[in-house]
Write a protein that binds this ligand. Structure first.
Ligand code: SAH
Ligand code: SF4
Length: 364
């Protein structure tokens, strides 16, 4: 015993097995405990009735339990649900459930705030405080499942890392959470139903390929480096050509049919027909599909949403180039739950240029 406890929800099957081995117990105990937690939503030792009292006592010395605490819940008129969850120290993150006809998507946060500084994003405007731990990420899914009622487990068919934060800047915790989401003793989601969305951290995309083969979405938002340097500042470090190469490599290594490119439509900034042609040139003949995102505004953003006709014309150019392109529906409008509107509550710790943030460990 080391005297420290680990949170059960942040432990993979392999880590649980190692813990039981260390305790002189059989590794099948890991299976037993995961069945309680993920199969039957029992999140405390008292409920695990097929473990002996002695074992439960021994486990209580090593494990912590509990779900994130809800600060508020909002239900939108279209069925979208948004939770504001406490993240300690007067801070909060957000998770959003988006029901659709034949699936239900939970959008989870990976950090308290974000250090990437994209000027069109409410989270980015708030700055960065800290990475979430794996249990805080998995906890969002467990909590949503419980909150969604008796059918909660079935209702969440997809999980996307598109809430607050840059998931690949918190790769260690995100990888662990992904492992639990995919494990058939965990949430048992297929790898195509878990999507990591990134602003384009190239080394981390390469590292993700070594450990995981989940769906990848990349926030491209611009077709040339000059514009992308402004819209997605991490581009100054990893320019478009380098980013795209890492995407094609990822698709090959992870055996993915395609990578999704997100493109937020900003009026008069990146939405011209010329931009559409440039985008088609960048992605044509590659394993790529495009998600056009209507810009969701927030106070003082300084950007405007492209008119529908412009979005349609942009999409047509891509379709004619043979690129699968969809326009994302805006959901949860009346509760500010759409992409880029998640604000939570962040005590910004770092208000320095991106490069310096990297030195300080905002990116792992
Ligand atoms: N940090 C990751 C994931 C979270 S953001 C990333 O950037 O990919 C999820 C998506 O919402 C990204 O594509 C992001 O660019 C987009 N987004 C951010 N702000 C937005 C806004 N105001 N309107 C529409 N989409 C936005
Ligand atoms: Fe961070 Fe993504 Fe927002 Fe950029 S768009 S600031 S990477 S959360």
């Amino acid at each position: 015993m080391t005297g420290t406890t680990r949170h059960l929800l942040g432990m993979t099957r392999g880590e649980l097995e190692a813990m039981f081995t260390d305790m002189g117990e059989k590794t099948f105990r890991a299976r037993q405990i995961m069945q309680w937690v993920y199969g039957r939503s029992v999140c405390d030792l008292d409920g695990m009735t097929d473990l002996s009292l002695d074992l439960r006592r021994a486990l209580a010395q090593r494990l912590r339990f509990g779900l994130p605490e809800i600060q508020s819940r909002e239900d939108a008129s279209d069925g979208v649900v948004k939770w504001l969850l406490k993240a300690g120290d007067q801070q909060a993150i957000e998770a959003v459930f988006i029901p659709e006809e034949n699936r239900g998507t939970l959008c989870v946060s990976s950090q308290v705030g974000c250090a990437m500084d994209c000027p069109f994003c409410a989270t980015g405007r708030q700055g960065f405080n800290r990475n979430l731990s794996a249990d805080e990420i998995v906890g969002q899914v467990m909590l949503a499942r419980r909150e969604l009622g008796a059918e909660g487990a079935q209702r969440i068919s997809n999980v996307v890392f598109m809430g607050m934060g840059e998931p690949l800047a918190n790769l260690r915790a995100v990888t662990r959470a992904v492992n639990i989401l995919l494990d058939d003793l965990g949430f048992g989601l297929s790898r195509r139903r878990v999507t990591v969305s990134t602003s384009g951290l190239v080394p981390q995309i390469r590292r993700l390929a070594e450990t995981s083969n989940v769906a990848l979405a990349v926030s491209l938002h611009a077709t040339n480096d000059e514009l992308r340097d402004r819209l997605v500042p991490i581009n100054r470090r990893y320019p478009i050509a380098e980013l795209l190469t890492s995407c094609w490599d990822y698709a090959r290594i992870a055996r993915l049919k395609d990578v999704t490119f997100e493109y937020v439509m900003l009026a008069g900034v990146n939405d011209s027909r010329q931009h559409a042609y440039e985008l088609a040139k960048l992605l044509g003949d590659r394993p790529a599909k495009v998600n056009l995102i209507p810009f969701n505004s927030f106070l003082g953003s300084g950007f405007e949403r492209s008119p529908q006709a412009i979005v349609d014309a942009f999409r047509q150019v891509l379709l004619q180039a043979g690129i699968m392109t969809v326009t994302r529906k805006t959901r949860g409008d009346d509760i500010a739950a759409a992409c880029g509107q998640l604000a939570g509550r962040v005590n910004n710790r770092v208000r320095v240029p991106l490069g310096a943030k990297m030195q300080q460990g905002a990116i792992q």
